[in-house]
Write a protein that binds this ligand. Structure first.
Ligand SMILES: [Zn+2]
Length: 104
């Protein structure tokens, strides 16, 4: 498989608060392969690849970090609706099995 950058005007990837770069990839394929590699599971197992609107690179994140209020997400086979809680911020309310996973 040939992997080519999606664009050549990518900026500097975001850094973590400690100054190191977040894991970043030129393509979704690279990010997904990294997340699927058992060597990276201590940190990235189950993570979802997403293109960063800020820096243009692909990152890996927990699905619950990406979901917005109103989204339905699936974690470990259970579906949750993401809600905004007045006191606690994000809340995850379990929903019935008829819900289907939607893209976040
Ligand atoms: Zn970024």
């Amino acid at each position: 498989m040939k992997i080519t950058p999606e664009s050549d005007n990518m900026g500097e990837p975001w850094r973590r608060s400690n100054g190191t770069f977040r894991a970043h990839f030129k393509t979704k394929e690279e990010a997904d392969l990294f997340a699927q590699d058992p060597a990276n599971w201590p940190t990235y197992k189950g993570d979802v690849s997403h293109k960063c609107p800020e820096c243009g690179w692909w990152h890996l994140s927990k699905i619950e970090w990406l979901a917005k209020p109103g989204d339905i997400i699936e974690i470990g086979g259970t579906y949750y609706r993401v809600e905004q809680d007045e006191y606690y911020g994000r809340a995850y309310r379990r929903v019935g099995l008829q819900a289907k996973l939607i893209n976040v």
